[in-house]
Design a protein around this ligand. Structure first.
Ligand code: SAM
Ligand code: DTB
Ligand code: SF4
Length: 330
């Protein structure tokens, strides 16, 4: 996959690009939405300096800092998410990397969430090979670790780590047998080329991500990017085009319309779904920021005629069936 190809797709007439994205989409998916609920299990005081992030210790943001939560406090939230129809429970921790002493508790949390019958995802920062193996053995299904932007633009967003360290962790996650969840943020002042280069990098990974979250920057006051809102908003059509290119370059990945949906109209979200987004964060809170209510999302999805995705088994059966049919036709 090349940047040139991504640029060619991006510059097609809007309708032609959306038609192509929707055609690819229908080869692999039906009108189903994946619902993933997020919980911050360790909040704030992060030593990294990601310029978008309210949880970085480098900035002065009004959030409630919390140590790693106990499993007893997490489970009621899992039960609630399941009752409301979520398929996956995603847990985030504001760490550069998880401390070794936290591993037993993380393993206990993974096992307890799985017992409730939900898929599990964690995002804990950089991992050693041993930590990736421990999480995989505990049954963690997905590990989220975003590239966030292109390699070229990364240095303007984060200075406390480099792009290669992100790629290294992604490889360890895949080698340990967990599914990779990796995407980025639009609206940090990056160029369209930076956005496309990030998608090309994702598509060219040895194991392309099973799940690709596309976040729109939530400008949080107190963070360096939160104070520059007016300069860097993403145009709706640029956002939707980026989703469409993601769908075409990563045809079998879930594309998740992630942070920033509270700032999007229902019509903008519908265009993103038409372009190929088929997963959302579901629940009225992300990690620290707000997200649309479950009632609002269910009403929108019902109005658009989406089914709610239930089990992974069914999904993979369907993909395998369509692949077999496609192969037989060629
Ligand atoms: N510390 C871990 C790490 O960085 O991988 C996990 C938590 S971190 C908060 C997870 C992701 O949230 C980031 O990679 C970024 O893509 C997203 N994120 C954080 N703050 C955001 C904001 N203000 N707007 C949009 N996305 C944001
Ligand atoms: C991802 O790509 N987006 C989620 C999840 N992965 C961990 C996080 C969004 C965070 C938005 C800002 C906040 O809630 O603090
Ligand atoms: Fe820390 Fe993750 Fe926030 Fe960066 S994005 S400051 S690593 S919590």
């Amino acid at each position: 996959m090349t940047l040139e190809y991504a640029k060619t797709l991006y510059s097609k007439p809007f309708n032609a690009l959306l038609f192509e994205a929707q055609t690819v989409h229908r080869m692999h998916f039906r009108d189903e939405m994946e619902l993933c609920t997020l919980l911050s299990i360790k909040t704030g005081s992060c030593p990294e300096d990601c310029r978008y992030c309210p949880q970085s210790a480098h900035y002065n943001v009004d959030i409630k800092k919390e140590k790693l939560m106990d499993v007893e406090l997490i489970i009621p939230q899992v039960v609630k998410a399941k009752a409301l129809g979520a398929k996956r429970f995603c847990m985030g921790a504001a760490w550069r990397n998880p401390p070794l002493k936290a591993m037993p508790k993380l393993i206990e949390i993974i096992q307890a969430v799985k017992e409730q019958g939900l898929e599990t995802c964690m995002t804990l920062g950089m991992l050693s090979k041993e930590q990736a193996q421990m999480l995989a053995e505990a049954g963690l299904d997905y590990y989220n670790h975003n590239l966030d932007t292109s390699e070229n633009y990364y240095k303007y967003i984060i200075t406390t780590r480099d792009y290669q360290s992100r790629l290294d962790t992604l490889q360890k996650v895949a080698e340990a047998g967990m599914k990779v969840c990796c995407g980025g943020i639009l609206g940090m002042g990056e160029s369209i080329e930076d956005r496309l280069q990030m998608l090309v990098t994702l598509a060219n990974l040895k194991t392309p991500p099973a799940s690709v979250p596309i976040n729109q920057l939530i400008p949080v006051p107190g963070t360096p990017l939160g104070d520059k809102l007016n300069k860097i908003q993403v145009k709706t059509f640029d956002f939707v085009r980026t989703i469409a290119v993601a769908r075409i370059l990563l045809p079998t990945s879930k594309i998740r319309l992630s942070a920033g949906r509270s700032q999007m109209s229902d019509e903008m979200q519908s265009l993103a779904f038409l372009a190929g987004a088929n997963s959302i964060f579901y629940g009225d809170k992300l990690l620290t920021a707000t997200n649309p209510s479950e009632e609002h999302d269910l009403a929108l999805l019902t109005e658009l005629g989406f089914e709610i995705e239930q089990t992974t088994d069914k999904h993979y059966e369907y993909i395998n069936e369509t692949r077999a049919i496609n192969e037989a036709c060629h």
